[in-house]
Write a new protein. Sequence first.
Length: 419
Amino acid sequence: MAEVASESGGEVSVSWNAAEVRAEFPQLGLKVNGVRPVYLDSAATTLKPRAVIDRLQHFYSYECANVHRGAHWLSDRATSAYEEARQKVARFLGAERDSEIVFTRGTTEGLNLIAHSFGRPFLQPGDEILLTQLEHHSNILPWQLLAQEKGLKLKVAPIHPSGELVEEEFEALLTNQTKLVSFTHVSNGLGTILPIQKMIQSAQKVGAVTVVDAAQSVSFLPLRVRDLGCDFLVFSGHKLFGPYGVGALYGRHQWLEQMPPYQSGGSMISKVSFAKSDFLPPPQRFEAGTPHIAGAIGLGAAIDFVQALGLEAIESHEQRLLTMATEELKQMGGVRLFADLDHKASILSFLMEGTHPSDVGAMLDQQAVAVRAGHHCNQPLWDFYQVPGTVRASFSLYNDEEDVERWIVALKKAKEMLL
Ligand code: PMP
């Protein structure tokens, strides 16, 4: 039994049965090189629980039809399931209206949609966009391309060597020219949790629009967009135990209704003629063509799955593993650990003295321990530390103490072999 704080601040008792949670994930039942695999790459993508896999199968077996255009019962069924999934996302994020949720291909597409449909029409030459040193490439490149196209200025808020944002610098970089501020909630490279509530409030003071990249936080931190006050928030289904190729964008109604389409085609128009066409209101305006219907419905099932476990219980389980893994890693010695912070996500980025990250990754792989080695789509972050990348182990709700032990044993063996 684990004691975790309830949302109201009191103590509630939540049982965490690691074996039961693991049993929900068929992939964990595999044998790799004859042994139980250890999956420590959830920051790249999470495994999928049976509930999500079954939901996809159910859709393709019994509800398979196109949405929003059917003159038949099967299409009605698919449309209801699809719109119900939108409602689940809206409630999960605390949006005011379901229509503030647009289904996308994932975080990357969400950010590109904002750059295209908000950035192009609403930003003017000379305007500034503020990012942080921690951003994933997908929260840099759409803004860089937009800046080149429109003559905008990109600014980057620095971090401390600890991996934390230099908050005073972030504040100082916000000026009356800053029109958009886009930042990650949790760094995928380091696990740092950014003070997004404060950052949003500061950005609002200069009248800037705020975009939150919740790709890494959505699986363990509660996100309430109305309390946060952000204008946009994006995440990917596949990092929330959901299907690939689907994600969601939250956009404040006031913006979405003014924004032009991102892509165009079927399902997003009210009238088309060769002379002129009219578009549907959001969210349909931003969902051209046949959407990833099964994906959206599967994402709804993933949300049900995490809500049944409880985000607080998930976070406290992951924190226990993080504490144990950090201590063991330090005890091993000869390790440079990045962002060794008291409060962070369950991501450990490190280098083993005298070894290359990809050699360590390969040695762990031989022992059926899956980690990520490389730049993790964070090249500017590693430029700051003047290293090409790291080994990254990320712990999720289906990991347990045995995984931590196996990882440490595998690291010790890698060290022996490589040094
Ligand atoms: N932002 C962050 C912080 C991420 O971790 C990732 C995925 N690694 C992305 C954006 C991009 O997500 P996707 O590839 O699912 O679009």
